[in-house]
Design a protein around this ligand. Structure first.
Ligand code: MG
Length: 448
């Protein structure tokens, strides 16, 4: 069974007069919400959202009858979390349109829940807005969510450099938030929890004040989640505290032996994970595109790719490079074997025929390569000597049809010369002067 330990902290900061953030920490559901709206509407929006989120998610957990009269507890899924966020959106939206003073209010919502999928426990992460979820695993901090803000959308579209985000005039304008329309698109991830992983949720009041390195230093140094959240708030205040600051930290303290199983499977080569294993966004995989805007007042929402793969590790890169070198060396060896030889054969058109008796006058050719080729290395014509099948003995045609291999071009020349000499000596035997006391003799050239 996966066991989590969590803590949350929120602070008004040093500039704002009220705190419009909300944090939620229960046994299996965690959230940060950052409200916005005039007067105290932002406080209402974040509070309504968190309460509706909790009520909707706990409804998915509530005991139901299994048909035999016994109570059975439903197992929540990542989709239950997505639906809970949509329920939170409806609650804020309905409150906004029904109350004059609260009109136009909205809130971000970043939430984590322990869910079940494929018979195992996972962490589902859902996000709308520019509050964030990070994973801190094996000493590395990785931002999991994408900010739904104007400059971050421009960065993803390649129209803005990441360095320009912090000074962009529209950095506070969200492209997606709860409460603006009757429905909302929700980004969703599932994560395999491993013992030692830390999930950090925060409002922009933290990540605008502290760098990733500063946050990582605190996560490395302090173990207790309550101390971590308190220290991060203290440091964000010291750094300026220009906005409300909210932090939730969730530690995986027991992963149901998932780490041990993974280690045993790779005993000689421990798994390298630079962050928790991100599985997928089921809805993104199904649809491939975000939901369309649901109302006339909804701000433009840029398409956001949601599904993410595992991070490329140095080990994977190294393995691929070694594989490329090995395959390259093998291809080179095959190339040397296939191309560093010659053979004497019939002109290809004749050799490709099925008859054992090539047409008279078929040209003989010296090829570079091996008869028939090898893999993708096909033989090429090295020379076309002015010799045809008429110039050699019929008994040599079988060898020529198959291709007579010679180690060098010079050896191929020699073989061809011998063939011609052999045939010529048979057709025109050399007459030697008679030797004393012996009859005349006929000599022939030998062909290797
Ligand atoms: Mg804020």
């Amino acid at each position: 069974m996966t066991t989590l330990r969590a803590a949350g902290a929120t602070d008004t900061g040093r500039v704002r007069r009220s705190n419009q953030d909300q944090v939620l920490v229960t046994d299996s559901l965690y959230a940060v919400a950052d409200g916005m709206g005039g007067h105290n509407a932002g406080e209402v929006a974040s509070l309504v959202a968190v309460e509706a989120l909790r009520a909707s998610f706990e409804a998915a957990l509530s005991p139901t009858s299994d048909g035999d009269g016994d109570a059975a507890t439903d197992v929540p899924s990542a989709e239950d979390l997505r639906e809970a966020v949509r329920a939170a959106n409806r609650a804020v939206f309905e409150r906004s349109v029904s109350t004059e003073d609260l009109r136009g209010m909205g809130t971000t919502l970043t939430t984590v829940a322990l869910v079940q999928a494929d018979g195992e426990q996972r962490l589902a992460v859902a996000n709308v807005g520019d509050s964030r979820a990070y994973v801190f695993a094996q000493g590395e901090l990785t931002q999991l969510t994408e900010d739904h803000s104007v400059p971050e959308e421009l960065v993803r579209q390649g129209q803005l450099d990441p360095e320009e985000v912090s000074n962009h005039p529209q950095r506070h304008i969200l492209t997606r938030a709860l409460g603006i329309n009757a429905d909302v698109e929700v980004d969703l991830w599932e994560i395999l929890p491993f013992t030692g992983d830390r999930l950090l949720l925060c409002s922009d009041g933290l990540c605008r004040e502290l760098t990733d390195d500063q946050i990582s230093a605190v996560l490395r140094r302090l173990e207790d989640p309550a101390e971590v959240t308190k220290e991060l708030v203290t440091r964000a205040r010291a750094s300026g505290g220009a906005d409300n600051i909210s932090v939730v930290l969730i530690d995986v303290v027991d992963d149901d032996d998932r780490s041990k199983v993974a280690s045993a499977a790779l005993a000689s080569d421990p798994p390298v994970r630079t962050a928790a294993e991100v599985i997928s966004d089921p809805e993104a995989e199904e649809t491939g595109t975000p939901a369309p805007p649901s109302g006339p007042d909804e701000p433009p929402v840029a398409p956001v790719p949601v599904a993410r793969g595992r991070r490329l590790t140095l080990r994977v890169v190294g393995f691929v490079l070694v594989l490329i070198v090995i395959l390259g060396a093998a291809a080179g060896a095959v190339g040397v074997y296939a191309r560093h030889t010659y053979y004497v054969g019939l002109s290809r058109n004749a050799a490709a025929g099925t008859s054992n008796a090539p047409a008279t006058g078929t040209s003989l050719v010296i090829y570079k390569g091996r008869p028939g080729g090898l893999l993708w290395f096909q033989p090429t014509v090295a020379e076309r000597p002015n010799v045809t099948t008429d110039d050699v003995l019929p008994s040599r045609l079988a060898d020529l049809r198959a291709g007579k291999i010679e180690p060098t071009l010079a050896a191929a020349h020699a073989y061809l010369g011998n063939l011609v000499s052999e045939a010529a000596s048979v057709h025109h035997p050399t007459t030697l002067p008679p030797l004393p006391a012996t009859p005349g003799a006929t000599t022939t050239s030998s062909v290797p």
